[in-house]
Every structure is written in structure tokens, then in C-alpha cells.
Write a protein that binds this ligand. Structure first.
Ligand code: ZN
Length: 257
């Protein structure tokens, strides 16, 4: 019999949640309590009706997510927001969310796991946010088109695809940086160019980042916000399952982005 507080205490310590800065809507840790002992763990990238339906169908009563219930900020609990909470409470499902602590974790994080999935080995941090590096960087010697192909195969497994800026013929990736999710922005582009990175791998980014990258000689591979953030929640749920001897599943609900 394992209760929510025991699992949450373990995860908060493992992820270093108290010491990691984040955006106001992240609300890392337990977001919704439950009453019963935890019987089965479900992991998903987002909170949605589709995800909650999947957790209910599997009789899971702990849902671990990357983007939690509060991204929209304080708002009336009506419409879809009400419906999600009603379903969770009716089925006694607790919600635990981890955003930047999970992105940045050295073994269970989205960024380190995406690097490994693409056959890359990180040597340091990348994508500074306040006091932490959210992403990872490293060195290789690989045809950039081959790296794109690997990213494409990965993205397709998660209902997505890859967009890429212009790759000069025969271009090889020698220094790379990864920042999953909405990883292409003014700060990451500046940091990449300042540290000699030639290939930036992100989930998504604004249109203008492709133009700036082209003109600066930087290749950006956009591998999908959803796809690039499936890895951390899976690893975290599997870790909980192993540690507390519980069954687990991943509820796949691709957004197409
Ligand atoms: Zn994200």
C-alpha cells in the first residue's frame, strides 16, 4: 500500500523540485490529491480529456504529466477545465506534474533522453533559465541529414514529423544543442551561436527563428513539442513503478505539434 504523499515526497527529492525555478503556471509537484492507495501509474505529456479517459480505462489513479493543470493561469472552473477536474475527482485520480525539473534531470530528463535517442552523448548543459541549464549540448561528427533522419523516425513514432531549416550540401553536425518543447527562442539562438553550436534540436519555435538561423549559419531541427517531451514522463513513471512495485502505462495523446 503506497499513498500519494510517499510517492510525491520521493519524486520531489529525486527531481530537486524545491530548488528549480520554473514558469508560474508549472506548479511542480502534487497538483491534485486523491484518497485511496496508489494502484497504477499513468504517464502523459499533457492533461486532457483524452488522457484522463485513458487513465480511467486502465484503472490508473496517479497521473504523472509534464504540462500540468494550470498553464492557463487562474481561471473559472467551467467548460473543459471543469470536466477534467470532475473526471479526475470522480475516479479518485491524483495528478503529479513536473515541468523544468523533469526537462533538466540528468538521467530521467527529456533533454538527456532525447540526446540518447538520437545517438548523441551530452557533455554539458545548454538553454540557461535563471539558475539552471534546461537542455544539453555535446559534440559529434555526423552528417546533419542523418541526424534529421533519426529525428524524423523518432517524431513519427509519436504522431509528429520534423521541420528543418536549410542544410548546406554535405553539412556535418559537429557541435549540437538540445532544448525540448518550445526550445527555439531569442535566448537559445543567442546561446547556440555564442558557444559555436552548428545544429540546434528543439521541439518547436516561432517562424522567425528559421530565418535568423539560416542567416547565422545555424541549422535548427524542429522535432515536435509533443514528441520531444514524451521521454521524461515515461522514464519517471517507469521509475515510480519499479521503486514502488506498481504497474504503469503511457497514455499517448499526440497533439500533432
Ligand atoms: Zn513543453
Amino acid at each position: 500500500m503506497t499513498d500519494l504523499a510517499t510517492i510525491a515526497g520521493h519524486l520531489d527529492a529525486l527531481l530537486g523540485t524545491a530548488a528549480i525555478p520554473d514558469y508560474p503556471g508549472a506548479v511542480n509537484g502534487v497538483q491534485l490529491a486523491n484518497r485511496g492507495a496508489i494502484r497504477r501509474v499513468a504517464a502523459s505529456v499533457d492533461i486532457s480529456k483524452r488522457v484522463i479517459d485513458g487513465a480511467i480505462a486502465a484503472a490508473a489513479n496517479l497521473l504523472i504529466v509534464h504540462h500540468g493543470m494550470f498553464w492557463g493561469g487562474a481561471q473559472p472552473i467551467v467548460g473543459p477545465v471543469y470536466e477534467r477536474i470532475r473526471m479526475l475527482v470522480t475516479h479518485d485520480i491524483a495528478v503529479y506534474s513536473s515541468h523544468l525539473p523533469l526537462d533538466a534531470h540528468p538521467s530521467l530528463g527529456n533533454n538527456v533522453l532525447l540526446a540518447h535517442t538520437l545517438g548523441l552523448e551530452p557533455v554539458g548543459g545548454f538553454a540557461r533559465y535563471k539558475t539552471i541549464d534546461v537542455g544539453v549540448r555535446g559534440e559529434t561528427d555526423l552528417e546533419t541529414t542523418e541526424l534529421c533522419n533519426r529525428a524524423e523516425a523518432f517524431a513519427r513514432r509519436h504522431g509528429g514529423g520534423v521541420r528543418v531549416t536549410t542544410i548546406p550540401p554535405g553539412h556535418r553536425t559537429r557541435r549540437w544543442g538540445i532544448c525540448t518543447g518550445a526550445g527555439a527562442d531569442l535566448e537559445t539562438l543567442r546561446e547556440a551561436l555564442g558557444s559555436g553550436i552548428d545544429t540546434l534540436i528543439v521541439g518547436e519555435g516561432p517562424h522567425w527563428t528559421a530565418i535568423d538561423a539560416d542567416e547565422a549559419g545555424l541549422t535548427i531541427i524542429y522535432a515536435g513539442h509533443y514528441a520531444t517531451e514524451t521521454l521524461g514522463v515515461r522514464a519517471l513513471a517507469e521509475h515510480v513503478a519499479t521503486t514502488f512495485d506498481l504497474p504503469w502505462l503511457f497514455v499517448d495523446a499526440p497533439t500533432g505539434l
